[in-house]
Design a protein around this ligand. Structure first.
Ligand SMILES: C[S@@+](CC[C@H](N)C(=O)[O-])C[C@H]1O[C@@H](n2cnc3c(N)ncnc32)[C@H](O)[C@@H]1O
Length: 148
């Protein structure tokens, strides 16, 4: 239904949880290297429970490789705290790519600058950012809700 992209994920349980979210929404999980763990990591599989092997998983050497393998009409939304455009004001379409950054550093500044019109945030206060898997759940299920 949707495409969830984790750019350089570092923490295995987060990626395992995001895998379950993707399975639950019939979405594809794209992981962009380098990862902070091995795909055989026990913590990754534990967080993904028995479902990890059923996740529609694609891995990429770089974000550019991912993009060049998609059709020219593919739409990308970059999730960051560094914009004012709220996710709930976006009209998502099936097949959209929802792109999330690494746990310690977020998405690369260059990627955000090059896609400034497609940056989206989850409004919040009192903390610098949300947990990665939590952020994915919020935006992915809003996108799914809009399709129903
Ligand atoms: C733990 S956060 C990264 C924190 C990092 N220190 C930063 O300043 O970007 C991991 C990823 O979750 C997503 N995320 C977390 N909170 C978010 C929010 N309020 N709005 C949009 N994306 C968020 C972003 O994609 C972010 O790159």
């Amino acid at each position: 239904m949707f495409n969830v992209v984790l750019v350089e994920p570092e923490i295995p349980p987060n990626t395992g949880n995001v895998g379950r979210l993707c399975l639950a929404t019939e979405s594809t999980l794209h992981l962009v290297k380098p990862f902070g763990f091995s795909l055989d990591d026990r913590q990754l599989k534990r967080a993904g429970l028995d479902y990890w092997d059923d996740v529609d998983l694609r891995t990429w050497d770089s974000f550019e490789d991912l993009q060049s393998a998609q059709s020219s009409g593919a739409r990308y939304f970059f999730l960051t705290t560094k914009t004012d455009r709220a996710y709930h004001n976006v009209r998502f379409q099936g097949g959209d790519f929802l792109v999330f950054g690494r746990e310690t550093k977020g998405l690369p500044e260059k990627l955000l600058e090059a896609n400034i019109d497609n940056c989206v945030t989850i409004p919040m206060h009192g903390t610098r950012s949300l947990n990665l898997a939590t952020a994915v759940a919020i935006v992915l299920f809003e996108a799914v809700r809009q399709q129903r």
